[in-house]
Design a protein around this ligand. Sequence first.
Ligand code: URA
Length: 239
Amino acid sequence: MKQKLSQILFSQGFGTRRLCAGLVWHGEVIVNGEVVEEPDTPFETEGLRFTVNGQEWPVFDKALVLLNKPAGYECSQKPKHHPSVLSLLPAPLRERGVQPIGRLDEDTTGLLLLTDDGTLIHKLTSPKHHVPKVYEARCKHPLTAEMIERLKTGVELREPEGKPGSEVTHAEGAEIVDETLLRLTLIEGKYHQVKRMVAAVGNRVESLHRPQFGALTIPADLKPGEWRWVNSPAEVWGE
Ligand code: URA
């Protein structure tokens, strides 16, 4: 589909229509190696890349990015005690409304996906779709075969303070990596799930890392705090 350049910039989060037209007029937008100064110039959006102020941007109808989350950042839109993970992303991604797909605790590190595609958020967080999330939990006490068995067959989670009742949940996979390192695979994303499951079997999570979400792992050269585009949601399913 062909669109005017200023409209493309607008759809990709570069501010109001007026600001986007201004960027083009001021010669700050390069397409196919050439400065384009007319905001109404049409371009085929499929596979298009443009450069604004020296940074290259691919055009995506919906944004999907992978962040290597460091500790000390909150996934909430309105963080209380620490900066938001959104502060690690460039302004156009925040402007187009990307949100974390599920949450990692402030002190949890690892793979966090963010998107502005509400349908995708639903698909990737709903247990119905069976998308495995892999966690590595460094535990306080040595792990036992009994703990692993209980995690796999089901443990009762006490509700967070203030909520009545309790629920039973199990891990799709649980294995001992070394004496105190547990690898756990979950398809749900309940509040503090790993920490609560580990507590339920009489141990305690000292630090938590998520190396894998679906088929995606953290690229070896992606440092904590850095992000990368995911070209298609199909990559999450390993397609
Ligand atoms: N489970 C937790 O307890 N914390 C996380 O951040 C993710 C899963």
